[in-house]
Write a protein that binds this ligand. Sequence first.
Ligand code: ASP
Length: 267
Amino acid sequence: MTALILHGGAGARRERNYDAEVAHMRQVVEAMRPRLDAGESALDVATAAVVMLEDSGLYVAGKGASPNLAGAYELDASLMDGSTKRAGSVAALQGFRNPVVAARAVMERTPHRLLAGPGAERFARELGFEARELLTPQAQEIYEAWLADASSVGPQNIDPLLEEHHDTVGSLALDADGVLAGACSTSGMRFKTPGRVGDSPIPGHGLWVHPEFGACVATGSGELMMGSSTAFLAVEEMRRGATTAAALRTAIERTAEEQVLGPKDQV
Ligand code: ASP
């Protein structure tokens, strides 16, 4: 048996039409199914699926990324291979459209798990990854309109956690050899404080894969998930024998408790 699960982020709005995203997700599944059937590894397929999502411009990842408070793009991404438990991540990476590919290089070509900021950028440049300006004229317009709106109260008083745009992408794949892998990518919360890093690149918070018992890729407020190790917790619950549904319920409930404990309401 093979399997592929994708998500296009939390923060869905009832009034918004998601037909384009749903159609695109179907295309990703149709593109990945034959690759899994042909025996390609879960890691390759999970990565390739996230690259397609990053390249679509439909999500807040890769081409569709949202700027931070300073109008710059800082991208987070990670992946994890269940066969080896190896993982790789980049955080606050600027200048590249496919951070998940850089995360994979961190896993495969360095002794580290996570590279961040200018060091991650230098690493990606040295490997010859294609540098891309992400700020499109349309994104610049949205950013400027938002800044103008925010100027009455001052952008520093706007809580980026309450902004609606949280369309992180994630994938989990199970290959024909029974190996699980996962990947995720995001520009994080729209208009976040420069330097802010969310759960997605932090092992165990936004993504966790156990070789035997299961895998979880998360979406939602990174601030909450970093208080409860959401992805690790869900997989640990499965390892202790919980059904997938029960494990996820526990992980979500524990994550939501962070909201109660947190300094202020966070979506
Ligand atoms: N988890 C992401 C973050 O906090 C946001 C999301 O899932 O949409 O960076």
